[in-house]
Design a binder for this molecule. Structure first.
Ligand SMILES: [Ca+2]
Ligand SMILES: [Ca+2]
Ligand SMILES: [Ca+2]
Ligand SMILES: [Ca+2]
Length: 476
C-alpha cells in the first residue's frame, strides 16, 4: 500500500472568473505560431510555455502571442512574486486543448500556489482558473510542477507538485504533493510523498530539498533532492524513482545516489545529483551539474538509468562526446530527450552546459546532442555540440549567455511515423539584446537547420528562457 499521508492535508481549491487575461505587452511578443499545425483551434498552439517569475517587478507566463501576469488573474495570488517559477503543459481535461500549470512558490512568509489555466481554441480560457494552495507558509509549494497524462485510458492526469522547503519531517526536508485531475472538478488530492516513500531506503535530511525537481512520466514519477546529504556529504543529492500501481498509488520506489550499487562515481559534497531530470517509462536521466572531475570543480555529468538499473555516466571527456571537461561547465544542468534531433529513430539526448566557455568567451553555454543506442543505451552513435552563432542556435556568442540553462522538446507530428522530427527548445536566460543585459532569449532548433528565436520585452534581468515547458505535438 502506498505510503500516502492523506488525512491531514486540506488543499484549498478555487475556481474564479478571469476577466483580464490575455493582454499582451507592448514590444516584441513571443509568437509560437510558426511550424506545426495547431493542436487546438486555428493559428494557435500551446506546445511551449515560458515562465517569467521575475519580470521587472511582475511575474507571469508567456504562451503563444500572449503574456499573462499574476496581477491580472483574479484568484491568483497578487501580493507575491514568482508566478511562473515552474510551468507544465498537458491537456488535463481531455478536450484537445493543452492546459497550463503554473507554480508560484511564495516566500518564507507566504504560502505557495499552483494555478491551472485552461486552454481553449484561441489561447487560455479567460473565464476561470483553478488554484491549489500549499499547506504551510514557507514550504515552497509550486517550486516544481509536472502534469502528465497517465496514458492508461483512464483519462486521468497526474499532477506532482514539489514543496522542497517543507518542514513536516525535517527542516527543509521537502515533500511532493500528488493530485489527480480529469474532465471534472475539483482536482483530487492523493497524498504527500516524503523521502522515505514506500520504504525506498531514503532518509529525510535537513535541507535535502526533496521535490526541488519533479518529473512525472506515464505510470510513475521521478523526484530529485539535489541538496540531499549522503553519508555526511551535504549537497551530494539523491533521486527517487517510483512507479504507480493499477489504482495510481505508488507501489514501488527506489532511492538512488552516486553511492548506490552499480552507479559509477561517488557521492561528494555539492554534486547536486538530481538537479535536472528526464523521465520516461524506460529511461531516467539525471543531471549532476556540480560533479567535480579531477580537480575541475563543477564540470558536471549525467547519469543514465535504463529499465530501472544504473547505466553509463557521461561527461564531456567520455569518448565520442564533443568538447572537453572544464571547471564550471555545469554539464547536466538541464537534460531532455527528443526524436530525430540528430539521428532518425534515435534516442537523442540533449544536455545543457550553461557554464561552458566557447573559445575565450566565458559562460556562453552550449548544448550537447548525443544519439544513444544499444540495449542499455551504452553506445554513443552520433554527437553534435550546439552553440549560438555558427553553432546551430540563434543569437551571437557572448559572455554569460548561459545557453542551455533550460531545455524543452516540442514533439513532432506522429503521423509522420519514422520521419517524425522533434524540435529542441533552448533557453538562453543571459542573452543581452540591444543593450538590455540578461533580458533572455528562447531559440528553437531542429535538424532542418531552421532556427526560430523568441524574445520577451527587452528589459534587463528578465532572464526570459530560464523556465520552459512543452508537450508532444500530435496531429489530429
Ligand atoms: Ca484541456
Ligand atoms: Ca560525484
Ligand atoms: Ca567543457
Ligand atoms: Ca548570445
Amino acid at each position: 500500500m502506498a505510503r500516502h499521508r492523506t488525512a491531514a492535508l486540506a488543499a484549498a481549491f478555487l475556481a474564479v472568473p478571469l476577466g483580464l487575461m490575455g493582454s499582451a505587452l507592448a514590444g516584441p511578443a513571443a509568437a509560437y505560431a510558426d511550424g506545426a499545425t495547431p493542436v487546438c483551434g486555428t493559428g494557435y498552439r500551446m506546445n511551449l510555455a515560458a515562465g517569467m517569475p521575475n519580470y521587472h517587478g511582475r511575474s507571469g507566463v508567456s504562451v503563444g502571442s500572449a503574456e499573462y501576469f499574476s496581477d491580472q488573474i483574479p484568484g491568483a495570488e497578487k501580493s507575491i512574486s514568482g508566478f511562473g517559477t515552474s510551468v507544465s503543459v498537458a491537456d488535463i481535461n481531455g478536450d484537445g486543448c493543452n492546459d497550463l500549470v503554473v507554480g508560484q512558490p511564495g516566500t518564507s512568509k507566504t504560502k505557495g500556489y499552483v494555478s491551472i489555466l485552461w486552454g481553449n481554441s484561441t489561447g487560455l480560457d479567460g473565464s476561470r482558473v483553478t488554484v491549489l494552495t500549499g499547506r504551510f507558509v514557507g514550504d515552497g509549494f509550486g517550486t516544481s510542477v509536472s502534469a502528465v497524462a497517465r496514458g492508461d485510458g483512464s483519462g486521468i492526469t497526474d499532477l506532482w507538485v514539489g514543496a522542497p522547503d517543507s518542514d513536516v519531517s525535517r527542516v527543509a526536508g521537502g515533500e511532493v504533493e500528488h493530485y489527480t485531475l480529469d474532465a471534472t472538478e475539483p482536482p483530487k488530492f492523493q497524498g504527500s510523498i516524503w523521502a522515505d516513500v514506500n520504504n525506498s531506503g531514503g532518509l529525510e535530511h535537513d535541507g535535502g530539498h526533496f521535490g526541488q525537481v519533479v518529473q512525472g512520466y506515464p505510470g510513475g514519477v521521478v523526484i530529485g533532492a539535489p541538496d540531499d546529504t549522503v553519508d555526511g556529504r551535504a549537497g551530494a543529492g539523491s533521486i527517487f524513482v517510483a512507479t504507480q500501481d493499477h489504482y495510481g498509488y505508488l507501489d514501488r520506489a527506489k532511492y538512488w545516489t552516486q553511492d548506490s550499487p552499480g552507479v559509477p562515481g561517488k557521492a561528494e559534497a555539492n554534486d547536486h545529483f538530481g538537479a535536472a531530470l528526464y523521465a520516461s517509462p524506460n529511461a531516467v536521466i539525471v543531471g549532476v551539474p556540480g560533479e567535480d572531475i579531477g580537480s575541475l570543480k563543477d564540470a558536471g555529468s549525467v547519469q543514465m538509468f535504463v529499465d530501472g538499473a544504473p547505466a553509463q555516466s557521461i561527461t564531456q571527456d567520455t569518448k565520442g562526446v564533443p568538447g572537453a571537461v572544464e571547471a564550471g561547465d555545469r554539464f547536466g544542468a538541464s537534460v531532455t530527450v527528443g526524436q530525430w534531433l540528430l539521428t532518425q529513430e534515435g534516442f537523442d539526448v540533449a544536455i545543457g552546459a550553461p557554464g561552458e566557455d566557447v573559445g575565450t568567451v566565458k559562460d556562453a553555454g552550449s548544448v550537447t546532442l548525443l544519439t544513444l543506442t544499444g540495449a542499455n543505451l551504452q553506445t554513443i552513435d552520433a554527437a553534435k555540440a550546439l552553440t549560438q552563432g555558427t553553432g546551430g542556435l540563434g543569437g551571437k556568442i557572448e559572455a554569460g549567455d548561459q545557453v542551455g540553462a533550460a531545455l524543452a522538446i516540442i514533439g513532432g507530428d506522429t503521423s509522420a511515423e519514422e520521419d517524425m522530427v522533434d524540435t529542441l527548445v533552448v533557453g538562453v536566460p543571459g542573452e543581452d539584446i540591444s543593450g538590455s543585459v540578461d533580458c533572455g532569449l528562447i531559440t528553437e532548433y531542429n535538424r532542418s537547420g531552421r532556427t526560430v528565436n523568441y524574445e520577451a520585452e527587452r528589459t534587463s534581468k528578465n532572464h526570459f528562457g530560464s523556465v520552459l515547458a512543452s508537450t508532444p505535438y500530435y496531429s489530429s
